[in-house]
Ligand binder design. Structure first.
Ligand SMILES: Cc1cc2nc3c(=O)[nH]c(=O)nc-3n(C[C@H](O)[C@H](O)[C@H](O)COP(=O)(O)OP(=O)(O)OC[C@H]3O[C@@H](n4cnc5c(N)ncnc54)[C@H](O)[C@@H]3O)c2cc1C
Length: 375
């Protein structure tokens, strides 16, 4: 008998699995792909998460992560703002990190069902049925960790799913002549591109662009040439990049709309509960932190082998919703406001001039979208 079925094996799913399994629960993760695989992500993780990772026995520098200590923000006009990051972060590819976490969870006893898409999740008689093409799994608890947009959002009729989003994400790895400890955010019309080092001699180059620009240009090469390269810093990076992937990873319909942390009794974690604008560089930390909060609350309300009443479920759901909103709702709001700034060439130029005159503005902005280190 499973205690918890986790749908989706990204950072939220993997950390929920690690923590609940360590607490003695029977955990199954169902992931539609098989590790290792690339994801669209800037691959910069805020140091907020470091104390927790160290406490959990995960040494990211042992996996080759690069320490990132400085931020540069540039505009298409050529304006540039540079600053040391108060907290900083590290760079590691999702290809390496997710795969390492999968191996770790598996070695500690988590069951995985890979290459398998969940088609539906049904809640009846205070219990869940999780339906795939080949089987129906049953458990008293289901964690939804299926990311920013999934077939399940449509199946569950989640409100945000019907509102289309114009954002497209594009990620590629390259060798560059670029500082090891810098994250550069290069703004262009309707989007921006983030560049920072990951493991080995690799760099991650990840853009968020507008669907209409991609359509108008008719392809990624033309988008790069005619839109992204309008930022001189990004043009210079692309001109000297040695590509380390055959082609970029691309996803569309990236939405920052409000979602609910609990829907249809499913406990949502990571992007499934709410996604922060990627330029904040904090989505992965939030995915991990939301797993820490959720696992802790599950363990306060659910005891394996004992009856899990509808009343106890109700308390668990309320407690998680409150904790999630307390920790993340404000950051998501701030991220949405910042997203309006990036991509507007004139506004970006002015914002950089203001930050150069009053550098504490930049610190303040970073603080609005980040939390404190957690254990
Ligand atoms: C362009 C861009 C740049 C970003 N840059 C950064 C950055 O630099 N720093 C940062 O911290 N964050 C960044 N983010 C955000 C970060 O990638 C996410 O917040 C983070 O990946 C969320 O983790 P997750 O586990 O919630 O979801 P995901 O990592 O997306 O995992 C969800 C998993 O669910 C699986 N799945 C989906 N549907 C099903 C189904 N029906 N059945 C089974 N499995 C399913 C998927 O295959 C996937 O593996 C960026 C995001 C974008 C789009």
């Amino acid at each position: 008998m499973n205690d918890v079925i986790i749908v989706g094996g990204g950072l939220a799913g993997l950390f929920n699995a690690l923590l609940l399994n360590r607490a003695g629960l029977q955990v199954v993760v169902i992931e539609k792909k098989a590790y290792p695989f690339h994801r669209v992500c800037g691959e910069y993780i805020s140091n907020e998460v470091l104390p927790f990772l160290e406490h959990s026995g995960i040494n990211v520098y042992g996996l080759g992560a690069s320490a990132i200590k400085r931020l540069q923000v540039t505009a298409a006009s050529g304006a540039k703002f540079s600053q040391r990051l108060d907290l900083g972060g590290f760079g590691i590819s999702r290809y390496a990190f997710d795969s390492y976490l999968y191996q770790k969870c598996k070695a500690e006893g988590v069951t995985f069902i890979l290459d398998t898409r969940v088609d539906d999740i049904r809640f009846t008689n205070n219990s869940f049925e999780v339906i795939t093409a080949n089987q129906v799994l049953v458990a008293p608890l289901v964690i939804g960790a299926f990311g920013k947009r999934s077939n399940l959002d449509s199946k569950l009729k989640r409100a945000f799913f019907t509102r289309h989003s114009p954002y497209v994400g594009i990620k590629i790895h390259a060798r560059l002549n670029f500082p090891d400890d810098l994250i550069q955010l290069n703004s262009f019309r309707n989007g921006y591109c983030g560049v920072s080092k990951i493991e080995g001699d690799r760099y991650c180059i990840c853009s968020l662009a507008h669907r209409n620009d991609l359509r108008r240009e008719g392809g990624l090469d033309a988008l790069q040439e005619n839109t992204i390269n309008k930022n001189p810093y990004q043009k210079e990076i692309f001109a000297h990049a040695e590509w380390l992937m055959d082609k970029p990873e691309v996803i569309n319909e990236i939405s920052f709309e409000k979602k609910q942390p609990v829907e249809s009794h499913i406990l949502m974690s990571g992007d499934t509960a709410g996604m922060i604008a990627p330029l904040c560089g904090n989505g992965m930390t939030m995915a991990i932190h939301s797993a820490v909060i959720l696992a802790d609350i599950i363990l306060q309300h659910y005891y394996p082998g004992k009856a899990f009443t509808a009343g106890a479920r109700n308390e668990l759901e309320q407690s998680y919703s409150q904790a999630w909103n307390r920790q993340f709702a404000r950051r998501l709001w701030a991220g949405r406001q910042l997203q309006h700034l990036f991509g507007n060439n004139r506004l970006m130029h002015t914002a950089i001039q203001i930050m150069n005159k009053i550098p504490s503005v930049a610190n303040w902005l970073v603080k609005q979208t980040h939390g404190k280190p957690f254990l």
